[in-house]
Unconditional design. Structure first.
Length: 408
């Protein structure tokens, strides 16, 4: 029997989805499962965008330009311009989701064996994209005690080696929800200029900022050749299945290289580009209602968590995720137990164990990520389940015992 490649063996499984079989088994037993494990919004995709797809009149579903439809890219220029990001349509390459944008960016800017520094915890699939590109992720740790603020400049300096080619951030952050400030981005600007690095900025959750304003890496001065912006319509318009993203840069050499990878996969999805183009035409106040809904959900989730004995959850400034530390020694085992052995009134919940979001072995074992993508009533019921479960779980660390993390 032929062997699979080393790359295939090294490719990590998604820690977000590894508990899915247990959730499926729970549902088959008639248990209602509240899914707080994955960022699939329950907000409806804007009707106008779906209508634009339904009303398409072309007779041949042709390839688009490899960089994406020019009409869409020109509309995106206006979208970004309203947010203080001044670019032209030729500096945008439409991709099959933000995922492809990240992979194309890694393949174009880093060689096999090069290193990219990422504050941890980070979006787990960054590991997968790095593995595909032969790139090594170097984690720099942020901590729940200060809400997962950007690590110090010294911490980044210690991580930089002769193979370092880039720093990557997600702002607002997935999985922590932390919103990086202008001051923190200036700190990154200084590091990038000093060491002549790329700065990848994943801004998929730009529209959902609750405390303060979003400042894009593309707004940093004197980094025209360094910044690579990663974007997607998935969470912004609740269109995760559309698989439309974008890579944006003012560095022409990067754009030329990315376009070659884009040409190799021919073109991004045509129907979803129509959806994305229609989304740009939504009223400027479209996000107001959605953002307020997420703010309410965040407040309910964070308040309920912090009322539970031994639980700590910093209030996230953006996105729709929160990280919490639980009084259990291993949240992966606990999360599996929730799906296999616990119900409250025929209900349970599914969490995302946080260890999979860390690059440093052993970190995050008593933390979980929760996605507040359910309505407030469902969040309350899920928190009822969690509170009861922590009281029933045999391995819960009592107030008189020493937990594996210090709480502020």
């Amino acid at each position: 029997m032929p062997f699979i490649s080393q790359r295939g063996q090294d490719m990590p499984a998604s820690p977000i989805r590894k508990l899915v079989p247990y959730a499926e088994a729970a549902r088959s037993r008639g248990v209602e499962v509240y899914h707080l494990n994955i960022g699939q919004p329950d907000i409806e995709t804007p009707a106008a965008t779906l209508e634009a797809v339904r009303n398409s009149t072309f007779k041949i579903l042709e390839y688009s330009h490899s960089a994406g439809n020019e009409s869409y890219r020109r509309k995106l220029v206006k979208y970004y311009g309203k947010r203080g990001i001044n670019i032209n349509y030729q500096q945008i390459i439409v991709t099959t989701g933000g995922s492809e944008a990240i992979l194309f960016g890694f393949l174009s800017c880093l060689d096999a064996g090069d290193e990219v520094i990422i504050p941890e915890p980070f979006y787990a699939n960054y590991n997968g994209f790095a593995t595909e590109a032969g790139v090594k992720v170097i984690p720099v740790t942020s901590y729940i005690e200060n809400g997962f603020a950007l690590p110090s400049a010294d911490a980044f300096e210690k991580a930089i080696t002769e193979r370092t080619r880039a720093i990557m951030i997600c702002n607002p952050n997935n999985p922590t929800g932390y919103l990086y400030s202008h001051k923190e981005l200036i700190r990154l600007q200084n590091l990038v200029k000093k060491h002549d690095l790329y700065l990848f900025s994943d801004e998929a959750y730009r529209e959902f900022c609750y405390e303060g304003e979003h400042f894009s890496a593309m707004q940093l001065e004197d980094l025209e050749e360094n910044v690579i912006l990663i974007d997607t319509i998935s969470k912004r318009y609740s269109a995760c299945g559309g698989r439309i993203g974008a890579l944006i840069s003012r560095n022409q050499q990067v754009l030329d290289a990315v376009l070659k990878f884009a040409q190799a996969r021919l073109s991004p999805p045509s129907f979803s580009q129509i959806l994305g183009e229609a989304a740009v035409d939504l009223p400027d106040d479209y996000f107001n209602t959605t953002k307020e809904e997420y703010r309410k959900r965040r407040n309910v989730l964070v308040e309920r968590l912090n009322r539970m004995e031994g639980v700590y959850c910093p209030s996230p400034g953006g996105a729709f995720y929160a990280m919490a530390s639980l009084p259990v020694p291993d949240t992966e085992i606990f999360s599996q137990w929730l799906l296999e052995s616990f119900t409250l009134k025929g209900q349970t919940l599914m969490l995302a164990p946080a260890a999979g979001f860390y690059g440093t072995e052993g970190l995050g074992k008593n933390e979980v990520r929760l996605a507040y993508v359910l309505n407030t009533e469902s969040i309350h019921k899920a928190m009822d389940c969690l509170e009861a479960a922590l009281k029933a779980y045999p391995e819960t660390i009592s107030a008189g015992k020493t937990a594996s993390v210090s709480y502020p």
